[in-house]
Design a binder for this molecule. Structure first.
Ligand SMILES: CC(C)(COP(=O)(O)OP(=O)(O)OC[C@H]1O[C@@H](n2cnc3c(N)ncnc32)[C@H](O)[C@@H]1OP(=O)(O)O)[C@@H](O)C(=O)NCCC(=O)NCCS
Length: 173
């Protein structure tokens, strides 16, 4: 799928994007608590994640691209492995740090939820390490509702972090 707004194009992510996707992710691994990975990953280590998000089905990877440069990506991923969870997905979005605050997160999420309308997905969930005002605002503006907070569930940078959980029902097909 593709969608375009101004010069930014949204499309499915592929193996040729792996280096750039890994570079964006590693920024947040190394510099922030927004992900609970602690050590940077190599593109090879990241490949199984990429392959778990094909061009069809409930688990998707969309990228935002402008002039051949990757600006960020959004995913819907397996929430938990047991089969009855198959209709729930965990969604996430990461932008290259130089491209935050320009509406690209909104563009990616709009495209992701558009794609998911055609899939057998009943509920989207998002776990946000707090504080992360931009992410909390983004999720709330897409209709996610705060459903609670897991306290001190991650230790990174020598302290414990809370994770706020959000969920959004999707219209069943
Ligand atoms: C979170 C993130 C995806 C949001 O995308 P973005 O393109 O920066 O945000 P947008 O410009 O689309 O704005 C979305 C909303 O957040 C608000 N927002 C954006 N940056 C903000 C900031 N620094 N402080 C407060 N609010 C902010 C916008 O006003 C907008 O709110 P609205 O819907 O009420 O108008 C992006 O900032 C990012 O990649 N952050 C780092 C990685 C991360 O935290 N990912 C989420 C993991 S859960």
């Amino acid at each position: 799928m593709t969608a375009t707004a101004s010069a930014t194009q949204i499309r499915s992510g592929h193996e040729s994007d792996l280096d750039e996707l890994t570079r964006i992710y590693n920024h947040y691994v190394v510099e922030t608590p927004v992900t609970f990975d602690i050590e940077p990953v190599t593109p090879d280590q990241r490949r199984p994640w990429l392959l778990a998000h094909p061009d069809s089905g409930p688990h998707r990877l969309l990228v935002a691209e402008d002039g051949g440069r990757l600006l960020g990506y959004a995913t819907s991923s397996a929430f938990r492995p047991k089969p009855a969870y198959a209709t729930s997905v965990e969604t996430s979005v990461y932008l290259a740090p130089e491209h935050v605050g320009r509406g690209i997160g909104r563009l990616l999420y709009a495209a992701l939820f558009d794609v998911l309308r055609h899939e057998d997905v009943h509920m989207a969930l998002a776990g946000i390490t707090v504080p992360n005002v931009a992410s909390q605002r983004l999720h709330e503006s897409f209709g996610f509702r705060s459903v609670g907070r897991f306290e001190q569930v991650g230790r990174k940078f020598g302290r414990f972090w809370d994770v706020a959980w959000y969920q959004k029902p999707l219209a069943d097909r």
